[in-house]
Design a protein around this ligand. Structure first.
Ligand code: GDP
Length: 295
């Protein structure tokens, strides 16, 4: 991931190599390249512009105070600003309730079901939780089977009701069962559509209202670039979710979604999916992601 962006940024820093200090002229040249690299990585235009303006101000401001060489200073400032753009600090999920309820939302194919399994495994092994997974997709029986297979694989029970066509009832029944069986965490995987439609939004709003989740996570495929950002915005307007999960970061994603979502939607990225396996889930740390982008 980010190979292209990484290479392009590195090349733009090269422009400063051998320069005695950062000047209005050489910084402008470098930042023109940085901006182009960000735009090619599918970062929103306004973000790319304000990003390079901030970097320029800092580079010119810190120039006199530092012992770093111009290219090193530029790498440091770009690193810090990339981390800032992605939220600066890591934000944890809220799993305080008894049971705590996590609602998973997103389009079909974004990786919701896979992520639900990964999250259950992570919270079971790292946070000593006893989760129950809930299949709330009443339209695709295959989605229920998929969750059951994952549940079996990771040793987590799955609640499903193939007779019911009512996701609100399924979710409520699942919470009842969790209480009865001593599951302290309920992860509700909802139905997605290929594109946002009113019916889907109404349905998931109703589920949210009925089960009052302590955490709503919006799952989005990072390969979809600016579409990912637009979808996030629409889901957030309706659901006011708590965090974003970026999936498929192991693919040749260009990086735009990772870099734009935080500042456009104003919600933190909390997890990233890095493969199809159940273990392929990372907690999102903005600074570490900036390290990876810069190679
Ligand atoms: P859903 O329709 O939103 O529930 O999406 P699924 O969980 O079924 O995922 C759709 C496809 O993406 C499946 O083939 C998953 O194996 C795959 N997938 C999900 N997350 C990742 C990821 O982080 N990396 C990769 N490479 N594939 C993923």
């Amino acid at each position: 991931m980010f190979e292209n962006l990484n290479e392009r940024l590195e090349r733009s820093f090269q422009l400063l190599k051998g320069q005695g200090k950062i000047t209005e002229i050489n910084v402008a040249e470098t930042l023109k390249d940085v901006r182009r690299a960000l735009l090619d990585a599918d970062v929103n235009f306004t973000i790319a512009k304000s990003f390079t303006n901030t970097v320029k101000e800092k580079a010119l401001g810190q120039n006199v105070l530092t012992a770093l060489k111009p290219n090193q200073l530029m790498v440091k400032i770009v690193h810090d600003e990339l981390a800032e753009l992605m939220g600066s600090t890591q934000v944890d999920i809220n799993i305080e309730g008894k049971p705590s309820v996590i609602l998973i939302a997103g389009l079909q194919g974004s990786g919701k079901t896979t992520f639900s399994g990964k999250l259950a495994l992570l919270l079971k092994t790292k946070r000593a939780k006893n989760p129950l997974l809930v299949a709330c997709d009443v339209y695709r029986p295959a989605a229920i089977d998929q969750l059951k297979v994952l549940g079996e694989q990771i040793g987590v029970p799955v609640f499903a009701d193939i007779e019911s066509k009512n996701p609100v009832k399924i979710a409520k029944d699942a919470i009842k069962q969790a209480k009865a069986n001593g599951n302290d965490l309920v992860i509700v995987d909802t139905a997605g559509r290929l594109a946002i439609d009113e019916e889907m939004m109404k349905e998931i709003e109703a589920v949210k209202k009925a089960i009052e989740p302590s955490e709503i996570l919006f799952v989005v495929d990072s390969m979809t670039g600016q579409d990912a950002v637009n979808t996030a915005k629409e889901f957030n307007d309706r659901l006011d979710f708590d965090g974003v999960v970026l999936t498929k970061l192991d693919g040749d994603t260009r990086g735009g979604a990772a870099l734009s979502i935080r500042s456009i939607v104003n919600k933190p990225i909390k997890f990233v999916g890095t493969g199809e396996k159940m273990e392929a889930l990372d907690v999102f740390h903005p600074s570490r992601m900036a390290d990876r982008i810069l190679g």
